[in-house]
Write a protein that binds this ligand. Structure first.
Ligand SMILES: *[C@@H]1O[C@H](CO)[C@@H](O)[C@H](O)[C@H]1NC(C)=O
Ligand SMILES: *[C@@H]1O[C@H](CO)[C@@H](O)[C@H](O)[C@H]1NC(C)=O
Ligand SMILES: *[C@@H]1O[C@H](CO)[C@@H](O)[C@H](O)[C@H]1NC(C)=O
Length: 622
């Protein structure tokens, strides 16, 4: 940051100094000094003072005669240069600084009355607690009067079965009170680091941690807590909401919070009537490495108008009741259908324990549940093909029978899907971009042989371009492979295990094919790319596995032979689950189609020209 802001800042001061102003350069120097001693991002100010001094020494004089205008110009310059909208310079000849009375300086009775008036508590239907706090009291007050303040209010709330914690009107408070509040929603056994606050004037850093011993009963970390925020929620209340949200202790509902500051001070510039407002402290969350300050704010899990937040809370609470069953439902489907049973068992256990640990608290509807389930399934299994989606209408099965083309459509299909070329050296080139279903292949067979296959059958070597083939149906793979082997003996290509039917099938070459075979001895190259997927990968892997082809190109997508879509517990959620595993005919080991570069294609060349060159080079060596 320092690298980009310093030159900007420099330019700003230089231009101010050389503009038409009669104002003393001393003021700008003083202002710079205040920033250097108080601004909470000192690293952004490196080199500033020297730059200003240099500009002044060069004899430039400020001449903006109107002081208010000067204040505006300085504000724009400082804000722009440091990219911080909180910095302002004002000209206030009549400003009288008032120290707001600190809470602890008030008489005890008045203090208790004040604090009590900023807290409202209620017990709603179904033993749901409602707690609204409009001012977060500081550590000192909390320690002194904690028990009196909490008194009967908290005792009642502590025994509710879930809590609505309303921070929509919380616009005042002290950061030092934040650890107390967080502590009530955590366990005493393990203290949690909530926030790190750097204070520039004292050049000191303070860490906020939860407190092992607090007055009264804890709410603990198991029961549901829903925090309401509004665009007015500011300061310490944001720190509370931010911490509880990111600790996954609470679900947040409402509007994005204001984005306040830990501490901002208005400081008089030397003996002038100019004042500079400076953020003097900053907060960094150890959980996220970021802050709720300024642009950050707290972004709720469910973003709704603050006035409507309470209605949504009930919907979300209702949704949360069914969550466990949905998560278990996803796990059950996986156990019943996922190709690798041990992985399914592990993943399904992890899902349930994540739920039990409260890690699904930020989920507020089917949409957010689908994305979290997808992330958790993929992370735990390492299989990027698993995914859960939300669909209001029942999705069309991805595996319905393919339509058999009519006689008129055949020519069109072949033209669209196949490209052939004869390359120098009597090398054939065949590109096709989709793996068609066997019934379709049979239907277009005669035409295909005549207009495509017959043109390349007599070449000495063949390049099969699978770079644009993202897969399709797996039913024609054995037929396709068979063209590159002799009729006798039959070859075991691979085996497929189907988890749904728990059957293992050996896939063999086919004894009789239409037309002439390319045979088993002529050179064969298969080109791959990161787009080569599913059935196209299985074809490629098979040919490599049986040492029938040289594979050139990028690692492939890592698709699946067959994925099916299953409905989760009669809801609008569906899980797409690969249900077949492919085993090598040579090693008997399972191919890991779940990861890219699954059949261990060595990356050789990325661009098309490179690929062709490489094939030619290979050919020349032959
Ligand atoms: C500088 O200020 C003086 C007096 O305020 C004014 O007469 C003059 O036009 C200004 N010059 C420029 C370049 O703005
Ligand atoms: C702030 O304190 C750190 C050590 O805690 C020190 O290295 C640094 O120089 C100090 N900065 C200023 C501006 O005093
Ligand atoms: C990939 O192939 C290389 C060399 O052919 C081999 O050393 C490596 O173990 C293989 N990797 C996997 C994951 O099979």
């Amino acid at each position: 940051m320092a690298h980009t802001t310093v030159p900007l800042l420099l330019m700003f001061f230089l231009s101010t100094l050389s503009s038409n102003s009669s104002f003393q350069p001393a003021l700008v120097l003083e202002m710079a000094k205040i920033l250097l001693e108080n601004y909470c991002f000192p690293e952004n100010l490196v080199g500033m003072q020297e730059a200003i001094q240099q500009a002044i020494n060069s004899g430039e004089i400020l001449q903006i005669s109107d002081r208010k205008t000067l204040a505006t110009v300085l504000t724009a310059g400082v804000q722009g240069a440091l990219n911080d909208p909180r910095l302002t310079i004002s000209y206030e000849p009549n400003f009288v600084p008032v120290m707001p009375p600190t809470l602890s300086s008030l008489p005890k009775e008045q203090l208790i009355r004040l604090v009590k008036s900023s807290v409202k508590a209620d017990i709603l239907e179904n033993n749901v607690g409602y707690l609204r706090i409009d001012r977060i009291i500081g550590e000192e007050t909390a320690v002194k009067f904690g028990s009196q303040l909490m008194g009967n209010i908290w005792d009642n709330i502590a025994h509710t079965s879930s809590l609505i914690f309303d921070l929509r009107y919380s616009t005042a408070g002290e950061l030092s009170g934040v650890p107390f509040i967080i502590s009530y929603f955590s366990d005493p056994e393990s203290v949690i680091h909530i926030d790190t606050v750097y204070d520039r004037p004292s050049n000191s850093t303070r860490e906020l941690w939860t407190i092992p011993s607090i007055v009264g009963e804890r709410y603990g970390k198991k029961k549901d807590v829903i925090i309401l925020t509004s665009r007015s929620t500011t300061g310490a209340a944001e720190a509370v909401a931010y911490a509880l949200k990111n600790l996954r202790r609470a679900t947040t509902v409402g509007e994005k919070s204001a984005g306040g500051s830990v501490k901002v001070q208005k400081i008089r510039i030397a003996q002038s009537k100019f004042y500079i407002t400076v953020p003097v402290a900053r907060s960094v969350s150890p959980i996220t490495g970021q802050s709720w300050e300024v642009t950050g704010g707290v972004v709720p899990d469910a973003i709704v108008l603050a006035e409507e937040a309470v209605d949504h809370v009930h919907e979300i609470a209702e949704f949360h009741k069914g969550l466990n069953s949905l998560i278990q439902g996803a796990g059950d489907l996986l156990e019943d259908h996922y190709a690798i049973h041990e992985v399914a068992l592990k993943v399904s256990k992890v899902l349930v324990s994540k739920w039990a640990d409260g890690l699904y608290r930020s989920v507020v509807d089917f949409e957010s549940l689908a994305s979290q389930l997808t992330a958790d399934l993929q992370e735990t299994s390492g299989d990027h093909r698993l995914h859960v989606f939300h669909c209001e209408v029942e999705p069309e099965s991805l595996h319905e029978l393919s339509k058999i083309p009519t006689a008129e459509e055949v020519g069109y299909i072949i033209d669209a899907l196949f490209k052939i070329e004869l390359l120098p050296g009597n090398i054939g080139y065949l590109r096709f971009d989709m793996m068609a279903d066997i019934e379709v292949v049979k239907a277009i067979g005669p035409h295909l042989i005549k207009s495509v296959w017959s043109k390349i059958i007599n070449t000495d070597a063949l390049i099969i371009d699978m770079r644009y083939n993202s897969g399709g149906y797996s039913t024609a793979i054995p037929l396709l492979c068979s063209y590159f082997f002799d009729a006798e003996p039959l070859h075991h290509l691979y085996s497929v295990f189907d988890r749904t039917t728990t059957t293992m099938t050996e896939v063999m070459t086919i004894p009789q094919v239409r037309g002439q075979r390319y045979g088993s001895s002529k050179e064969l190259f298969i080109l791959t790319s990161h787009m080569t997927g599913s059935a196209a990968e299985v074809f490629t892997c098979t040919m490599k596995d049986l040492n029938r082809a040289t594979i050139v190109g990028e690692p492939t997508t890592g698709g699946s032979l067959s994925s099916r879509t299953y409905q989760i517990r009669d809801t609008v959620l569906y899980a797409s689950i690969p249900n077949q595993a492919v085993f090598s005919a040579i090693t008997g080991k399972m191919w890991n189609l779940a990861r890219t570069s699954n059949c261990n294609i060595t990356e050789q060349s990325k661009d098309q020209k490179g690929v062709k060159k490489q094939v030619y080079a290979g050919k020349l060596h032959i």
